[in-house]
Design a binder for this molecule. Structure first.
Ligand code: FMN
Length: 355
């Protein structure tokens, strides 16, 4: 099989593989640039980069500085394609987006919230806007709104299914029946929904599927169904280039299928994580004491939240996994070695060619 390029707007990535944005601090410049150097698209996550011990002002200022630093570091390490992933619920999301564009980022990936105002924030058509959606309904809502208000459409869509890691765009009830929302079912619906917009604007909207894609054979299946590329997260965590603590990676290596659970996040969305000591203790304690001077997430109800998600994810990043949350995709239990981005991509390409 000839491996197709992934074209988004004026950009063309040699490989149809996107490394998904992973917070907190899971996908930074080192991982993103390694993927970009292989010909894929590497994504820096801008979540939780700030100093959460200070005030809101300190948290927001330091997160902005850290993001700019990560973008510049990535630029020094690669000439390839680098995206930045944003969550709509971040309190300073607008500032982070503006700074990324100023730093020359050409791929803005937006999830966890509707990107209704994104085209006003980023009017330059040379910067590609890539919303994350979980259904044809949301894809249509975004495209219709952008078409009517701004005469613009998305430059690509990431369609994230129910097997993905981190926060999920499905209800807890829907996640009990992931087969009803499989990418195989969602993708044709999304492709049909976007068609009239593609025709009207005379432009293809590439759809990149995400969630549970694990092997080159999975990639081949997605491409054969009409996806223009795939986004993968879980498989990139246990690479040398991913900067999380060894304890975080070990939790992936140790995880069994039954250890992977759906949690209710303080962000107000379900998420997928490893059922570790932190989650077991939380079950007993009910709620942890939170001190929150910074309000990093607009959607977080600090008064009723059971824990501070920024702190819990940071703890795991730094290695204190017993006091931390470990996000993962449904297939994390299949990960059984630490590899390099080069070896992982080579393996995926071999399998893709065989398929
Ligand atoms: C540890 C972890 C953290 C993640 N954090 C984010 C995030 O901050 N924002 C986001 O849009 N997606 C996030 N994701 C989702 C990934 O970008 C990707 O779409 C998803 O994991 C794909 O499914 P897979 O893990 O089965 O490959 C996260 C995934 C993981 C595993």
């Amino acid at each position: 099989m000839r491996i197709p390029e992934l074209r988004i707007g004026q950009l063309s990535a040699k490989l149809p593989i996107v490394q998904g944005g992973m917070g907190v601090r899971v996908s930074l410049s080192s991982l993103a640039s390694a993927v970009a150097n292989q010909g894929g698209i590497g994504t820096i996550s801008c979540i939780g980069l700030g100093n959460i011990e200070g005030s809101a002002e300190v948290c927001e200022r330091t997160s902005l500085e850290a993001l700019i630093n990560e973008i510049r570091k990535a630029r020094r390490m690669t000439d390839g394609h680098i995206a930045v992933n944003f969550m709509g619920v971040l309190s300073n999301v607008d500032d982070l987006i503006r700074a990324s564009v100023q730093e020359g980022i050409k791929l803005i990936v937006f999830g966890a919230g509707l990107p209704t105002r994104l085209p006003t924030l980023v009017p330059d058509p040379g910067v590609n806007l890539v919303p994350i959606v979980s259904s044809a309904r949301v894809a249509e809502l975004i495209l219709r709104t952008w078409d009517r208000r701004y005469e613009r459409i998305a430059d690509a869509l990431i369609l994230e299914g129910p097997l993905a890691g981190g926060h999920l765009g499905f209800s807890a009830e829907q996640l009990e029946h992931p087969e009803d929302y499989s990418l195989e079912k969602l993708l044709p619906e999304v492709l049909e929904t976007i068609k009239p917009y593609e025709d009207k604007h005379g432009k293809k909207i590439p759809v990149i599927t995400a969630g549970g894609i694990y092997t080159g054979k999975d990639i081949a299946r997605m491409l054969s169904l009409g996806a223009s590329g795939v986004q993968m997260g879980t498989r990139f965590v246990c690479t040398k280039e991913c900067g999380v603590s060894p304890q975080f990676k070990q939790a992936y290596l140790d995880a069994k299928e039954e250890d992977i659970v759906i949690i209710k996040s303080p962000v107000g969305m379900p998420g997928r994580a490893i059922n570790n000591q932190f989650l077991k203790d939380l079950e007993v304690k009910g709620k942890l004491k939170i001190s929150c001077p910074y309000r990093c997430l607009t959607a977080c109800k600090v008064e009723t939240a059971r824990y501070c998600i920024a702190l819990a994810l940071l703890n795991s990043y730094f290695g204190d996994v017993d006091n931390g949350l470990i996000f993962c995709g449904q297939n994390a239990h299949r990960v059984n070695e630490i590899t390099t981005v080069t070896d992982l991509i080579q393996e995926l390409l071999r399998e893709l060619e065989d398929a």
